[in-house]
Design a protein around this ligand. Structure first.
Ligand code: ADP
Length: 203
C-alpha cells in the first residue's frame, strides 16, 4: 500500500544485472535474527570484513545504528517494531538493486514479520539466518547491560524477558553461538554464501 499517489517508478538504463556483472557477484540479503546478545552483530560484522577484504560490495545494517537515524522516530511497541523492520526490508531491496550484499542484524522477534520480509523479496534474494542462543547465556553476556535493566523492570517490552521471541520455523541457516565459536559461525556463513554469490548460479 502507498500513500504516494501520482508517482511512477523510473527505470534507468543501469540495472541490477549490470551492477552485479561489474561487481562479479550477486547481491543478496542475509537477515540475522535472534535474541539480543545472541551474536548477530558480531557475526554480521565479521562476515562483512571478510567479504570486504575479498573486494566484494557489502554493507551491514545494524539494529542500533538504524534506530538512531532512519528509524529514530520509532519505539518498541509491536506496531513500531513492525514498521522498523518494514523500512529496513525496503532499504535492503534498494541496496540489492545497487548490487550490494546486505547483512542485517535485527532481533526480528515475530514469525509474521520474518515471513513478511521473505515475502517482500524475490526468491533467492533473502536468506534468514537464525542466530540461536539460550536466553540464559545471552543474559550472562549482557553485552549492553540491558537484560539487567529489563529484569529490574526499567525497560519494557524487552525481547526474551518481557516480550516474546519466536524462533524462525524454516531458517536457511542456523548458528548455535552457545556451542560454536565466532570463527566457526563466520566460516559457516561464508560457506553458505559462496554459491549464492556466484553470478553463474541460477537465481
Ligand atoms: P546481538 O547483535 O545478537 O545483540 P552481539 O553481537 O552484540 O549480539 O553480542 C554477542 C556477544 O556474544 C559478543 O560479546 C560476542 O563476543 C559473544 N559471543 C560469544 N560466542 C559467540 C559466537 N559464537 N558468535 C557470536 N558472538 C559470540
Amino acid at each position: 500500500m502507498t500513500h504516494s499517489e501520482n508517482t511512477c517508478q523510473f527505470r534507468g538504463e543501469v540495472c541490477r544485472n549490470h551492477r552485479e556483472e561489474r561487481n562479479g557477484h550477486r547481491a543478496v540479503t542475509l537477515w540475522f535474527t535472534g535474541l539480543s546478545g545472541a551474536g548477530k552483530s558480531t557475526i554480521a560484522h565479521a562476515v562483512e570484513k571478510r567479504l570486504f577484504d575479498m573486494g566484494l560490495n557489502v554493507y551491514t545494517f545494524d539494529g542500533d545504528n538504524v534506530r538512531h537515524g532512519l528509524c529514530g522516530d520509532l519505539g518498541f511497541s509491536p506496531e513500531d517494531r513492525s514498521e522498523n523492520i518494514r523500512r529496513i526490508g525496503e532499504m535492503t531491496k534498494l541496496f540489492m538493486d545497487a548490487g550490494v550484499i546486505c547483512l542485517c542484524a535485527f532481533i526480528t522477534p515475530r514469525h509474521a514479520i520474518q515471513e513478511r520480509l521473505r515475502a517482500m523479496h524475490a526468491p533467492g534474494d533473502f536468506h534468514l539466518v537464525f542466530v540461536d542462543c539460550p536466553v540464559e547465556i545471552c543474559e550472562e553476556r549482557d553485552v549492553k547491560g540491558l537484560y539487567k535493566l529489563a529484569r529490574e523492570g526499567k525497560i519494557k517490552n524487552y525481547t526474551g524477558v518481557s516480550a516474546p521471541y519466536e524462533a524462525p520455523e524454516a531458517p536457511e541457516l542456523r548458528l548455535d553461538t552457545a556451542s560454536e565459536t565466532e570463527e566457526q559461525c563466520t566460516e559457516r556463513v561464508l560457506a553458505f554464501l559462496r554459491e549464492r554469490l556466484d553470478p553463474a548460479s541460477a537465481r
